[in-house]
Design a protein around this ligand. Structure first.
Ligand SMILES: NC(=O)c1ccc[n+]([C@@H]2O[C@H](COP(=O)([O-])OP(=O)(O)OC[C@H]3O[C@@H](n4cnc5c(N)ncnc54)[C@H](O)[C@@H]3O)[C@@H](O)[C@H]2O)c1
Length: 342
């Protein structure tokens, strides 16, 4: 099995709790080094994984040339560290958001092409069992043409870490927007032609947005309605998928997709009225639609194993699970939202 000599930059929540254990578990990856400015975290990595630690990328690249760099540092470092990795001869698996702006993302893509290197961004919300199940249901075309997906993420959090501050490019548009907007772009499979967005700072202890309301209109005619609200004292339903002949929502306990639809052949024929006086002064046609109901357990589906996909792409040259063109579209849409919110 081809082995990818791998280094991880940033030993925080995602670096320590996700990337390092997954790299350690996968036989195709060999963790050769870690980078973090905090000496205690380097020491912890040496103790747990027996791995060499460096205080910054310059020190890492002076000593090693890994095949793969996993960028899990705070967002403002992603562009420069990725570009330094490409110029040093390494490929990059970068955490979301790819960068702090579309301009930075384009700079990274330009250097990737120039150095003939590879880049994939960790966008895990396209890999959940929930999304795998939803794609399967949509493929069955039960609810007809999907014209709207409403995605809501609610909590009440007085955020106080670096992600709460604009100077660090924090805020929920950058942070969770990179998850939920990506998820909707993945499901809609269409570029966005128009975006409206409002940002507010309500419960956060910092100055960056913690309430995001965005409506994206895609070229294939879908409305993608995104609510990321970290100042909501009551939670709202996470998903509404609306089609011409039905709808899909998550069950209250989130364990199943609830599909409600009608079969076209079951619709009664109703006449269209001429004239400007509603017949018999009645509201509505009085038709009775026979609705079909399905509960589809999410446990019937498996999430995508991201590190298996990483290995396929970086070691075996298979197509990337998240193509860089899809990440660029996400960055373009986040930029459109930011511009509209100004
Ligand atoms: N994909 C996901 O689900 C997910 C989840 C959380 C965070 N993230 C992303 O991962 C990145 C890190 O977020 P986090 O929540 O793990 O942050 P964190 O605050 O928990 O950890 C950041 C770590 O990076 C280190 N660091 C600081 N400057 C550095 C530098 N120049 N080079 C290397 N390391 C440096 C810090 O010392 C710390 O150990 C962010 O871009 C964030 O958006 C993604």
């Amino acid at each position: 099995m081809k082995e990818l000599r791998t280094a991880v930059l940033g030993l925080g929540r995602i670096g320590w709790q996700f990337h390092l254990p997954r790299i350690h578990q996968h036989a195709g990856f060999n963790l050769v080094a870690v980078v973090d400015p905090l000496p205690d975290r380097l020491k912890e990595a040496r103790t747990v994984y027996g791995v060499k630690g460096y205080a910054d990328c310059d020190a890492l690249f002076a000593a090693e040339t890994p095949d793969l760099i996993v960028v899990a540092s705070p967002t403002s470092f992603h562009a420069d560290q990725t570009i330094a990795a490409f110029r040093h001869g390494s490929d990059v698996f970068c955490d979301k958001p790819m960068a702090v702006s579309l301009g930075e993302a384009d700079r990274m893509i330009g250097v990737m092409a120039e150095c003939r290197r590879k880049l994939m961004v960790y966008q895990p919300h396209r890999a959940t069992a929930e999304v795998v199940a939803l794609q399967d249901i949509l493929r069955q075309d039960l609810i007809g043409r999907v014209y709207m997906i409403k995605r809501t993420c609610t909590d009440y959090t007085r955020r106080n870490d670096w992600q709460a501050f604009r100077k660090n490019f924090g805020g929920m548009l950058n942070n969770y927007g990179a998850h939920y907007i990506d998820q909707l772009l993945y499901l809609s499979q269409s570029p966005v032609k128009r975006a409206t967005c409002s940002l507010r700072t309500i419960a956060s202890l910092g100055d960056a947005d913690d309430v995001v309301k965005a409506v994206l209109e895609t070229e294939n005619g879908m409305l993608l309605d995104v609510d990321i609200n970290m100042a909501a004292a009551v939670s709202m339903r996470p998903w509404h998928i609306l089609g011409q002949r039905g709808a899909i929502v998550l069950s209250d306990d989130t364990s199943a997709w609830h599909v409600c639809y009608y079969r076209p052949e079951d619709l009664p024929v109703i006449p269209v009225q001429d004239g400007l006086a509603a017949a018999e002064r009645r509201y509505g046609s009085g038709e009775k639609i026979t609705w079909q109901e399905l509960m589809i357990p999410i446990s019937d589906f498996k999430p995508v194993d991201f590190y298996a996909k990483c290995y396929d792409y970086f070691a075996l040259n298979r197509d990337p699970f998240v193509p860089v063109t899809a990440t660029r579209e996400l960055m373009r849409v986040i930029d459109l939202c930011r511009q509209d919110a100004r």
